[in-house]
Design a protein around this ligand. Structure first.
Ligand code: PGA
Length: 243
């Protein structure tokens, strides 16, 4: 069942999701979380840092698994999602770094890298909660639109749309954005016991409508989440405008 929550502003969305996460970690301190990079979750991470500093949330037993990463960038490259996570969350809260799992997009043996990532996640019982954004093209993590989807963590060729959406960190030159990424598969994400989809801004209104009310199709990977038994969609008014 989809529960849709519409709030006035991106800030209200981040407050609501941060409060939800604070309660979830309060009742399950060892929560296993799937986390996104991107513009949408930045205010959410800021709200979580505020709650941590106020003593309201303790991440010391939490485990996190990031949804995706660019291929070909060294792990210390400031343009990686690993760097993004440190800047916006990990450097400011008490998540033990050995419990913050990120794919290494520079791994030569990427097949081993993705297998190990799935094994570590499975050893912790899979995701309790996946927080996901949605791309303008309907992708979830780097699961791009196409004739078929790959269920588990895999290497993917990024679409021009995704490379354009990420161009800012690469001098606004979309061709400088890596051509490939590693991503959790839709099956891995949809196996989470709960999924929270967040979308904000008028530019997301059309894809939010297609994903939530259109056909379930791999051409809109987010539409698969319609099948999830425990999906909460949290939108600001602008992103919900076409529902
Ligand atoms: P955004 O990206 O948060 O930067 O809009 C969302 C996504 O591509 O999943």
């Amino acid at each position: 069942m989809i529960q849709t929550v519409v709030l006035s502003t991106p800030r209200a969305v981040s407050t609501a999701v941060a409060d939800f996460l604070t309660r979830a970690v309060g009742s399950t301190p060892g929560l296993v979380l799937g986390l996104p990079a991107g513009g949408t979750p930045i205010p959410l991470y800021r709200a979580l840092v505020d709650r941590y500093r106020a003593g309201r949330i303790d991440f010391s037993r939490v485990a996190t698994f990031n949804l995706d990463e660019f291929c070909g960038l060294a792990p210390d490259d400031p343009r990686t999602y690993r760097a993004f996570m440190r800047t916006h969350l990990f450097d400011h809260v008490n998540i033990p770094l050995e419990r913050a799992h990120l794919l290494d997009g520079a791994a030569r043996r990427w097949r081993e890298e993705i297998a190990q990532f799935e094994t570590k996640l499975a050893a912790l019982g899979g995701l309790d909660l996946a927080i996901v954004g949605i791309g303008n093209n309907g992708h979830i993590a780097f699961n791009e639109p196409g004739p078929a989807l790959i269920a588990r963590t895999h290497r993917v060729r990024l679409t021009p749309a995704t490379r354009r959406a990420n161009a800012e960190a690469f001098g606004n030159r979309w061709r400088a954005v890596p051509t490939h990424g590693l991503t959790m598969g839709m099956g891995t994400i949809a196996s989470a016991r709960g999924v929270v989809l967040i979308a904000t801004g008028a530019h997301k209104a059309t894809i939010v409508r297609r994903a939530l009310t259109g056909m379930v199709t791999p051409q809109v990977p987010a539409s698969l989440l319609q099948l999830h038994p425990n999906l909460v969609v949290t939108l600001d008014r602008a992103a919900a405008a076409k529902l």
